[in-house]
Design a binder for this molecule. Structure first.
Ligand code: NAP
Length: 242
């Protein structure tokens, strides 16, 4: 016989709710899955990626919607972490100068870094529980801060993360009207040793391992209150400039 513990789609009366990690195969995403499981706070941690079942490709809205439906069927979504992102690869590398801007690379960066998480918000936020605390956190990047931009370069990544921050802020305002206890926030994970950051490793730069970054991110989210929804924070909980 299948018991509620075996089958995440069977909710129990003492339901702790579930956590969902989008981009669960990435460096930080996989560490977030591990940290959420180790916390013991969730009945189930649903790992979603382009190779999971169901597969979730943030550039394919039908796959995002199908995964959101599956997630909501598993239980109350108390935490959703969006850990997808693109800085380099497949003909994309961060621009050093304006002459390096390539329309296709710019469009792809916006597609993965801004539009993709917006689609996750579109399909997950209306499925958050109507009552009680729930958190949707999207991994952004401090280099997406316009106010903090002193070095220039990295046009596509910076601009797509700035767009992501605006999308998070806008969604949070709408979310508060229907789910006042819920939060939607953008988090800068810090520089973390992953496939995304490794080509840009520099001597003297403080780099965290993904496991400790994931633990800090979850601890930071725990400390945020509903009044912090719509904000942009680093993993210590410090508010970052837009
Ligand atoms: N590492 C850092 O120092 C750092 C600093 C600031 C911000 N961030 C942000 O943190 C987040 C996680 O980055 P990371 O360092 O963990 O990088 P990562 O190891 O490269 O992980 C990124 C993940 O995004 C997934 N992804 C890319 N395109 C996708 C798509 N169309 N649909 C679904 N998934 C897709 C990749 O999936 P596959 O596994 O299928 O390829 C990969 O698992 C990103 O948003 C990044 O911008 C990282």
């Amino acid at each position: 016989m299948t018991t509620p513990g075996d089958d995440p789609s069977m909710a129990t009366s003492t339901d702790k709710g579930i956590a969902v990690v989008v981009g669960a195969r990435g460096g930080i995403g996989s560490a977030l899955v591990g940290a959420a499981e180790a916390s013991g706070r969730y009945r189930h941690v649903l790992s979603l990626s382009r190779s999971s079942e169901p597969a979730l490709d943030v550039e394919n809205e039908a796959s995002v919607e199908a995964a959101a439906i599956r997630a909501a069927a598993c239980g109350d979504i108390r935490l959703c972490l969006v850990a997808t992102g693109l800085l380099h690869g497949e003909g994309i590398r961060p621009e050093k100068a304006i002459r390096d801007i390539d329309p296709a690379a710019l469009a792809r960066s916006f597609s993965v870094n801004a539009i993709g998480p917006a689609l996750v918000m579109k399909h997950i936020l209306p499925r958050l529980p109507r009552r009680g605390r729930s958190v949707l956190a999207v991994l952004s990047a401090k280099v997406g801060s316009i106010g903090d931009n002193r070095l220039g370069g990295w046009y596509a990544y910076r601009a797509s993360k700035a767009a992501l921050n605006q999308l998070v802020r806008t969604a949070a305002i709408e979310l508060a009207r229907h789910r006042p206890e819920a939060l939607c926030v953008a988090i800068h994970p810090g520089t973390v040793d992953t496939r995304l950051s490794s080509p840009f490793a520099k001597a003297g730069l403080a780099v965290a391992d993904s496991e400790s970054a994931a633990v800090s991110i979850l601890a930071c989210l725990d400390r945020l209150t509903a009044s912090d929804s719509g904000g942009f924070f680093d993993r210590t909980g410090e508010r970052l400039p837009w």
